[in-house]
Design a protein around this ligand. Structure first.
Ligand SMILES: NC(=O)c1ccc[n+]([C@@H]2O[C@H](COP(=O)([O-])OP(=O)(O)OC[C@H]3O[C@@H](n4cnc5c(N)ncnc54)[C@H](O)[C@@H]3O)[C@@H](O)[C@H]2O)c1
Length: 316
């Protein structure tokens, strides 16, 4: 199957948190981006998000005002599904519901050019299951980004059961062309790589807090000032090589058996969820984000991420 490699126009579906941020990074590297949403209000919200992100990037010296204008110029907006007929490449970042994604792809894969590569930014739904509603599913793959995508380098490219290698390579090369760091997930497993690792850490963090071993702040501090700094530079296998496999074997022989292996969502998370304490988006989560604190926390996170990215990845 010969798929389109010459990519100029990228259509991104979903002008939310992820879609609007992805639009900026492609536009920054000269691609023409069409940001699609079914709701006019969502498009307006997307434009606001782009303006906030651009402001932070300019303030951190990541881009100039002139570059920002060019980035904005490269992005157009649409609520008309016909815009997919112009796509060389599609990324879907709409709501995380299998039924909604399947309905979307049934319609859009019939409109997009037959040789265009189609991808979904699902956090963990099965690529193979979504592909059931895609016309020519060989060209369909997962392309999982990390929030905020215009700053974080990682992109996971996931092969579904029917995805051809050519589609995976096109997705990987596209990520490289915008200076991202793609990895290939060879099997379509729940959570891919990032979320499997993230949820293993989250389960243990919740276990430590629930059992009164340490306060939430101190668990966060262990990640920020210890493991997080290490993992920004070296991965778990490199860590073991540098620390000594003998030592990690000896510790593992008593510690693995002691770690949480809980199969249900831990109570500490469940309780907050039931109280609708969703975090910054509702003003309360594990911590308090009322009275504008949430916006400040997000702004600080983005600026800190940009500093780290600049420090470690000069090509970003
Ligand atoms: N937020 C994250 O940290 C994160 C990280 C990685 C992956 N993801 C995944 O990315 C996707 C989007 O997440 P988000 O956080 O940007 O969500 P969001 O709620 O911010 O945005 C979703 C957007 O999709 C639009 N939409 C809904 N149905 C649509 C349809 N049928 N056609 C077109 N647009 C439609 C909504 O109007 C909204 O603007 C989800 O699949 C999510 O799991 C999110």
């Amino acid at each position: 199957m010969l798929l389109r490699k010459d990519i100029n126009t990228i259509v991104i579906a979903g002008a939310g948190l992820m879609g609007s941020s992805m639009a900026q990074i492609f536009a920054q590297y000269g691609y023409k981006v069409i940001l699609f949403d079914i709701f006019e209000e969502a498009i307006e919200k997307g434009k606001d998000l782009i303006a906030i992100n651009q402001k932070a990037s300019i303030e951190e010296g990541n881009i100039t005002e002139e570059q920002s204008k060019q980035i904005i110029n490269n992005i157009s907006f649409s609520t008309q599904v016909g815009c997919f007929s112009n796509a060389d490449y599609v990324i879907e970042a709409i709501v995380e519901k299998l039924s909604v994604k399947k309905k979307f792809w049934e319609e859009v894969s019939a409109i997009a050019p037959e040789d265009s590569v189609l991808t979904t930014n699902t956090s963990g739904l099965s690529i193979t299951k979504i592909a059931e509603s895609v016309k020519n599913p060989e060209r369909f793959a997962g392309m999982h980004w990390v929030n905020p995508p215009h700053i974080v380098p990682l992109v996971e490219v996931i092969s579904g059961d029917k995805t051809v290698q050519e589609a995976v390579e096109i997705a990987r090369d596209l990520a490289i062309s915008i200076h991202k760091k793609p990895v290939i997930v060879k099997k379509d497993v729940n959570g891919f790589i990032l979320n499997r690792l993230q949820y293993a850490v989250l389960r243990e963090a919740l276990y430590i807090a629930e059992n009164g071993i340490a306060d939430l702040e101190d668990v966060d501090n262990v990640m920020k000032y210890g493991l997080g700094m290490r993992y920004a530079c070296i991965g778990p296998f490199e860590t073991v090589d540098l620390g000594g496999l003998d030592t990690f074997y000896n510790v593992g022989s008593y510690l693995f058996a002691d770690l949480s292996n809980q199969k249900e969502v831990p109570d500490l998370l469940k309780k907050r969820y039931e109280e609708k304490a969703y975090g910054t988006k509702t003003g309360k989560g594990f911590y308090d984000y009322s009275n504008g604190r949430g916006e400040k926390v997000i702004e600080k996170r983005d600026k800190d991420f940009i500093k780290i990215a600049k420090c470690l990845y000069s090509d970003l």
